[in-house]
Design a protein around this ligand. Structure first.
Ligand SMILES: [Zn+2]
Length: 489
């Protein structure tokens, strides 16, 4: 049996309002029907108060403070309509969240349903969004304090390359001559599409060294590119005492206007978008691969019969190293008459140089494979957009009929239009125009090239990367050339 409370509010100027007694009767009936106990001591009532400010609703505040007791004396608060609970969206969300999350007290409207249907989910998302918005606003106020706190105690991470801590407890200061390699790294990564390893080599060749005076490594370049200090943001609570990264939720990253950046925010963001893309490519197709012998396994096809070249591992006795040989599966089975035997030592450089060449082209032919998952998502979003339209009609009606004030109407309209634009944005991102994909293809090839040409990435990562954009590679034994067939999904 759940213990229920009821909250009743009537405003004097409302005509088509249910009387307090009628509301009370309906709430009691609802409680009975749903197996809840509703006793008089938990019936709260405010009369003739506009509800704009909760402070002016003495019974409401009494109910909230009771709910805050541990344990709360009731499990659920019943209201005739959500608009009885609060007349202001923001306040309503704050209290509902407080009650639901902190006090474990549910708020139920006995005439309105926010159930599991699509519309209910949409409302929930709007509520979550409002909640987020509210905490962002709170966040701005506390940011200053957080930075100060961090400077006092937490922020002791050794300064990044290009910065030095002059006085303990104060912001790091930029060291111009030390920042030079950082600037170069960002520019080469974003504008010249260089990979981490390439950049490390390049900086080393120019005589630059790390903070500790060592040679740059691919890993270190990635770390630099991902450090928000270079765009003037501070990050702390990033690592555990043992040096491992903490979970992303624990990081605190704050823009600090007084901290001098090394690169523009746009450049930093562009670099990090590219890193994201690179890691997505890896994650997307990663499969357990004990059976895969080579990152090109399954991709290379025989130009004579179209079958895949299968792999076999050979040992080079002189060096004791193993390498992979490819041969047409049909030929091995006697079904294809032309041998397509080729060693990885020969085919890998051909594939790499072809990828690099294609990444520098303005346009590369490719096939668009439709992804059923994203087309499902598109139809769901379209349905959500239809629901928003419906909801807009309803709030307009509510305003015309005097149920909502002009302010409330505007507020609701705002929320809906925000939700709509975020849905539309999502829709646009799902249905990327072909022109954009075309223009993006060389970049994708470049990202894949960076991964497969990098000595420090694993076979699995290379396999995942190449399979994320390449459908097949046809190998012609006659002239030793290949054709790469790209795809986009
Ligand atoms: Zn063949």
């Amino acid at each position: 049996m759940r213990i229920a409370a009821a909250y009743i509010r009537v405003s004097t100027h409302m005509q088509e309002e249910l009387s307090p007694d009628a509301q009370k009767r309906l709430l009691s009936e609802y409680a009975k029907r749903n197996g809840m106990i509703l006793s008089n001591e938990f019936i709260f009532m405010d009369k003739g108060i506009s509800g704009k400010k909760a402070e002016k609703r003495p019974d409401f505040m009494k109910m909230i403070s009771m709910a805050k007791q541990k344990p709360a004396p009731f499990d659920v608060i019943l209201v005739w309509k959500f608009s009885r609970f609060a007349r202001n969206q923001e306040e309503s969300i704050v209290y509902k969240n407080l009650l639901r999350n902190k006090c474990k007290v549910d708020v139920v409207s006995i005439t309105e349903q926010t159930g599991d249907d699509m519309f209910g989910k949409l409302i929930e998302r709007i509520i979550e969004w409002m909640d987020e918005f509210y905490s962002i606003r709170l966040g701005e106020d506390v940011t200053r304090g957080m930075v100060e706190n961090a400077m006092r105690g937490n922020f002791q991470s050794s300064p990044a390359l290009g910065y030095q801590v002059v006085r303990k407890g104060e912001l790091p200061e930029k060291v111009p001559e030390e920042s030079k390699p950082v600037e170069i790294a960002f520019k080469k990564f974003v504008y010249s599409s260089m990979g981490f390893l390439e950049i490390a080599r390049y900086l080393n060749s120019l005589g630059y060294r790390t903070k500790k005076g060592k040679l740059f490594e691919a890993r270190g370049i990635k770390y630099i590119l991902m450090n928000p200090i270079y765009k003037g943001w501070l990050r702390w609570n990033y690592r555990n005492p043992d040096g491992t990264k903490k979970s992303k939720d624990d990081w605190i990253i704050v823009k600090v206007p007084k901290l001098e950046p090394t690169v523009s925010e746009e450049l930093w963001d562009a670099a990090n978008e590219r890193i994201q893309l690179m890691s997505k490519i890896i994650v997307k197709k990663s499969k357990p691969s004990s059976v895969k012998r080579h990152w090109l396994s399954g991709l290379i096809k025989c130009s004579a019969c179209g079958r895949s070249l299968s792999t076999s591992v050979h040992t080079d006795k002189r060096y004791g190293r193993t390498y992979t040989n490819f041969q047409c599966y049909g030929y091995l089975k006697g079904k294809c008459s032309i041998s397509h035997q080729v060693s990885e030592k020969k085919i890998v450089p051909i594939v790499l140089s072809m990828l690099k060449e294609d990444s520098l082209k303005k346009e590369v032919p490719f096939e668009i494979l439709t992804d059923t998952k994203s087309s499902d998502e598109i139809s769901i979003i379209k349905m959500q957009l239809d629901k928003i339209e419906l909801k807009e009609l309803r709030i307009k009606e509510a305003y015309r009929n005097g149920i909502d004030t002009l302010d409330e109407y505007r507020e609701n309209k705002n929320i809906l239009s925000m939700e709509r634009s975020s849905l539309q944005e999502k829709l646009e991102s799902l249905s990327v125009p072909e022109e954009e994909i075309k223009a993006d293809m060389p970049n994708r090839i470049k990202s894949v090239y960076d991964i497969v040409s990098n000595e420090s990435t694993t076979k699995d990562e290379k396999y995942a990367a190449i399979n994320s954009i390449v459908k097949k590679i046809i190998y012609r034994k006659s002239d030793g050339e290949i054709d790469i067939y790209y795809y986009y999904s």
